[in-house]
Write a protein that binds this ligand. Structure first.
Ligand code: ADP
Ligand code: ZN
Length: 552
């Protein structure tokens, strides 16, 4: 896909320079454009700021017909259209809030012979619910004027992801109705299982996948115990490291946002809060103040983030536990877009885990649903399981005092990272804590046997429960209290057991899979045994050593 000898190559160079004002292509941009212009379905994993927009906007100019872009938020769409206008590209959008007459006018202009529009942006619910949009797409298609479908923030399709939006599921209809139109799915965050789920839900065929390293070398990660002096600690941290610099503090609830803001103000910081229950005008005002450096700290729920492009965010602090490693990685990713050193500090307490777990069980699920006000109580028990599993992975990340934070995040996103490349830029790599090697072969073997014994149908969190001898409902329902390995690991803490289990995943001895479980196609994770890799461990030919904090 690197070829510079395709019919459109010359135009690519010219348009990239003249229309978009870029001197060259960024990593993967040319390759993605070549693949999509060749008519392939393409899946792109590229960190935020990597330059995803160009990969469909440039082809949109070079191909006959319309490029349909599905994008989750009206505000994101408006930003994109404004940016395009500055480069003299005319794009239109349809969203639920628009007058019908206005929508009709746009649709008619689109199907006219010499439409001025090259791109049409729509929110996902438009695709799912608007018959007339689909009819117009059919007309365009019959005249060979439907160039390409682009699914922005494609991870929102997956229930397994951290930002599931039910409306995205309706987007699957596009490939069913128009199997020959190439589709380009773009995201800045997806684990391997989320990617699989998205590919299936969208109906991508033999898709070409581009992925870039998600490592952000200029971000410094640490996890700090959260005490009841947390706000004093945050004040001190900012004062000592980032005074008067710009940052985000993520809080769990609207009340937390307001409380944190008030305290930081009393400490002399220029702070404001931002959450989903504020009216949109006020929210936009706060965001603007922050963008213009009139305030430097924004205390926000996860509602604040998508589409934030401030380059000089020097710190992202998590005042409480994020709901998933994926979400955490993405929230941290809003720091240091300009490449300068920036800090990501997470304040962790087990009490917060209980709080978040409670919120999840009450139906406060993914951030997408919360933002859009869906009634989550109606969603299935599987969904709850998925969210709980994601949360437990986050807990085990926080409780891990040994492994490189980059390694842990990237492994979760399906990327191998050699932690010697961290160069002491995370708390664990730079810690002076004494670590000792322990032989965990017996434990590892028992865990693998347990996964096998239970039929390779359970999540890692469940396996840890059985191994530590839990008698919870799920263990009993599956009659696992009678297994000989039930309770064999009761001398381990939950975080030790899950760390060893996850290590086996990173060594490919166990593999994580996805199970489609019910009528509604919801998914949950499960562990499988990689027979060939596990053979030597099971037969006694391989021993496993891991480092643990010395307790002496
Ligand atoms: P993403 O959607 O991946 O977060 P964007 O498409 O918004 O990223 O691009 C981020 C920034 O990078 C934008 O300001 C864009 O103009 C710029 N950019 C994209 N491609 C190039 C390029 N080839 N050369 C220079 N700047 C680029
Ligand atoms: Zn590290």
């Amino acid at each position: 896909w690197t070829s510079r000898d395709l019919p459109w190559t010359k135009n690519l160079e010219v348009y990239n320079k003249i229309v978009f004002g870029n001197n060259s292509f960024r990593p993967n941009q040319r390759e993605i454009i070549n693949a999509t212009m060749s008519g392939c379905d393409v899946f792109v994993l590229m960190p935020t700021g990597g330059g995803k927009s160009l990969t469909y906007q440039l082809p949109a100019l070079l191909c006959a017909g319309i490029t349909l872009v599905i994008s989750p938020l009206v505000s994101l769409i408006q930003d994109q259209i404004m940016n395009l206008l500055q480069t003299n590209i005319s794009a239109a959008s349809l969203s639920a809030g628009m007058e019908w007459a206005e929508q009709l006018e746009i649709l008619q202009e689109l199907s006219s012979e010499n439409s001025k529009y090259k791109l049409l942006y729509v929110t996902p619910e438009k695709v799912a619910k608007s018959e007339s949009l689909l009819r117009h797409l059919e007309i365009l298609n019959s005249r060979s004027l439907l160039a390409r479908f682009v699914i922005d923030e494609a991870h929102c399709v997956s229930q397994w992801g951290h930002d599931f939006r039910p409306d995205y599921q309706g987007v699957g209809v596009l490939k069913q109705k128009f199997p020959n139109i190439p589709m380009l799915a773009l995201t800045a965050t997806a684990t391997a299982s989320v990617k699989e789920d998205v590919v299936q839900a969208l109906g991508l065929v033999n898709c070409v996948v581009f992925r870039q390293s998600f490592n952000r070398p200029n971000l410094w990660y640490s996890v700090v115990p959260k005490t009841n002096k947390c706000l004093e600690d945050i004040d001190k941290f900012i004062r000592e490291n980032h005074f008067d610099e710009c940052g985000i503090i993520y809080c769990l609830s609207r009340m937390d946002c307001e409380k944190v803001t008030e305290t930081l103000r009393a400490f002399g910081h220029k702070a404001a809060f931002y959450h989903g229950s504020m009216d949109p005008g006020k929210r936009a005002f706060v965001q603007k103040q922050w963008s213009k450096d009139e305030i430097n700290i924004i205390c926000a729920t996860v509602a604040f983030g998508m589409g934030i492009n401030k380059p000089d965010v020097r710190f992202v602090i998590h005042h409480s536990l994020p709901k998933s490693i994926e979400g955490y990685h993405q929230e941290c990713g809003r720091a240091g877009r300009d490449g300068q050193r920036s800090s990501c500090v997470l304040y962790y307490s087990y009490t917060d885990y209980i709080r978040v777990k409670h919120m999840i069980s009450q139906g406060g699920l993914g951030q997408g649903q919360m933002k859009m006000g869906y009634n989550c109580k109606a969603s299935s028990g599987r969904m709850l399981e998925t969210n709980t599993e994601n949360l437990l992975r986050m807990v085990s990340y926080c409780e891990n005092e040994v492994d490189c934070r980059r390694f842990l995040q990237l492994v979760h996103l399906g990327e191998k990272f050699d932690s010697t490349n961290c160069k002491n830029t995370c708390d664990n790599c730079s810690s002076s804590k004494i670590l000792i090697d322990k032989d965990v072969t017996v434990i590892a073997r028992q865990l693998v046997e347990l996964v096998k014994l239970t039929g390779e149908r359970f999540s890692s969190a469940h396996i840890v429960e059985v191994y530590r001898g839990s008698l919870n409902q799920s263990v009993k329902r599956n009659r696992q209290e009678t297994l000989h390995l039930h309770g064999a690991g009761k001398h381990l803490t939950k975080s030790e057991a899950s760390r060893i289990l996850h290590y086996l995943v990173t060594e490919d001895i166990l593999a994580e899979g996805v199970r489609k479980s019910d009528l509604y196609g919801s998914v949950s994770s499960l562990l499988k045994v990689n027979r060939s890799k596990a053979a030597s461990l099971l037969s006694g030919g391989q021993s496993i050593t891991m480092r643990f904090p010395s307790t002496i």
